[in-house]
Design a protein around this ligand. Structure first.
Ligand code: HEM
Length: 399
């Protein structure tokens, strides 16, 4: 019953929000039109109230989200504006990633503490993309409760670290390091920690999943990557990778780039025009949502030949070297760009490379169920990517 009420409330609130956004949109449109030579960017304006939510949903739930942009944009254009409002809940298939993040950020190593924190964080993430109703029974309410508990735990840890005067000791994770910066107030530190947990949580884990998925579909790439990683392995006695090893993985880097191009988990970004923005002959009116649709660029056949296929060798082509610069290329931006560029990009790439190294040099696997990508409610493989993993024969012999 409670759940039913929550659904009705959610629906009503969503409808009200749609209307409010629409009203704002119409108001802005009126205000900005007929102001001279400037015009609205090309493309459909979408339906009243529902916007393009249905076509958006059907595109992102498929394995080819750029279809949304392809359907919208009648002639080539890099900008598409639309009204959108959608509420969705994320799936909870991220335990391992959360555990790792909790361990690294807070320096917590007790398993029960990590699990408790991970559960709280999972509740928090679920509520971040839900209808904001702060009443018991609603996901948002649970999330806000979880957030409070996380903050109070962070504050307790801060007090404890200070009491032990252990902030300089290695092992306190990012939290300990932040405390060394005495100028930061405690609530800013707590906020920063929560943001980091949120941003770094699923991203790397999902990209690793997609990398293994693509490699499974492309045995030739898997073989070349394994050869590269095997050669690095045999060159060091203790099997520990060094920074030099990391820098000597050209093909692995191509695999990472291609994974981020075909299966980049940030398929689009969200911005709001804070003022009228002029772009070429057009004006994007203040208040409009602007959606830079990254995957529409990454999967554009005009930019990438055979854009839909996983082809890591394309990044060896001298013609693609300029395009490849993920820090500044307008054609390849898996980590965003500009002021909000992902600060975890280098770390994520390193983690992916390390994972691939240890995975392919130690294990073999077989996919046991067909799968496909979907990007709703978040990037995932619809059947959970079921594989059977075995230790490599040479690994077994060494034991
Ligand atoms: C493959 C993994 C990752 C991908 C594809 C990715 C992608 C992105 C993208 C596209 C943005 C820009 C969002 C926007 O412009 O609205 C972003 C922002 C951000 N990312 Fe990542 N990210 C990854 C891993 C990480 C990791 C591991 C961390 C932290 C440990 C992290 C922390 C952040 C933060 C804090 C922001 C917000 C920056 C700001 O708003 O100023 N990311 N990420």
């Amino acid at each position: 019953m409670g759940e039913k009420c929550a659904t009705i409330f959610s629906f009503m609130l969503a409808t009200l929000l749609f209307i409010a956004i629409l009203a704002k949109f119409v108001q802005n449109k009126k205000k900005n039109f007929g102001k001279g030579a400037s015009k609205f960017p090309p493309g459909r304006r979408s339906w009243p109230l529902i916007g393009d939510s249905f076509s958006w949903y059907s595109a992102v739930a498929s394995s080819h989200p750029p279809r949304f942009v392809e359907d919208q944009v009648k002639r080539p254009s890099t900008i598409s504006t639309t009204i959108k409002s959608f509420f969705f809940k994320m799936f909870a298939e991220r335990q391992v990633a959360i555990n790792l993040m909790v361990n690294q950020l807070f320096g917590v190593s007790s398993e029960s503490e990590i699990n408790k924190m991970a559960q709280l964080f999972s509740d928090f993430v679920d509520g971040c993309l839900s209808v904001p109703i702060k009443m018991p029974g609603f996901t948002y309410y649970t999330a806000m409760q979880a957030r409070e508990t996380i903050i109070s735990k962070i504050n307790k840890t801060i007090v404890e670290i200070r009491r032990r005067e252990a902030a300089t000791e290695v092992g306190n994770g990012v939290l300990g390091r932040l405390l060394e910066e005495e100028s930061l107030p405690d609530d800013a530190i707590a906020d920063f920690m929560i943001n980091l947990l949120f941003a770094g949580n699923e991203t790397t884990a999902k990209t690793i999943l997609f990398a293994v998925y693509f490699l499974t579909q492309c045995p030739k790439a898997l073989m070349q990557l394994t050869e590269e990683q095997d050669s690095l392995r045999s060159s060091s006695d203790d099997h520990m990778l060094t920074w030099q090893d990391y820098k000597a993985m050209p093909f692995t880097q191509c695999v990472i780039d291609e994974t981020l191009r075909v299966g980049g988990i940030a398929i689009w970004l969200m911005r709001e025009a804070k003022e009228d923005v002029e772009y070429q002959d057009y004006v994007i009116p203040k208040g409009c949502f602007v959606v830079p649709f990254l995957s529409a660029v990454h999967l554009d056949e005009n930019l990438y030949k055979g854009a839909l296929s996983f082809n890591p060798w394309r990044w060896m082509d001298p013609e693609n070297q300029e395009k490849r610069n993920w820090r500044s290329s307008p054609f390849y931006a898996p980590f965003g760009g500009g002021a909000r560029f992902c600060p975890g990009a280098e770390l994520a790439r390193l983690q992916i490379a390390l994972f691939l190294h240890y995975f392919v040099t130690r294990y073999r696997w077989t996919q046991i169920k067909e799968d496909q990508m979907s990007f709703f409610p978040s990037a995932r493989l619809v059947n959970g990517f079921q594989i059977r993993i075995n230790k490599r024969l040479d690994e077994l012999k060494m034991q």
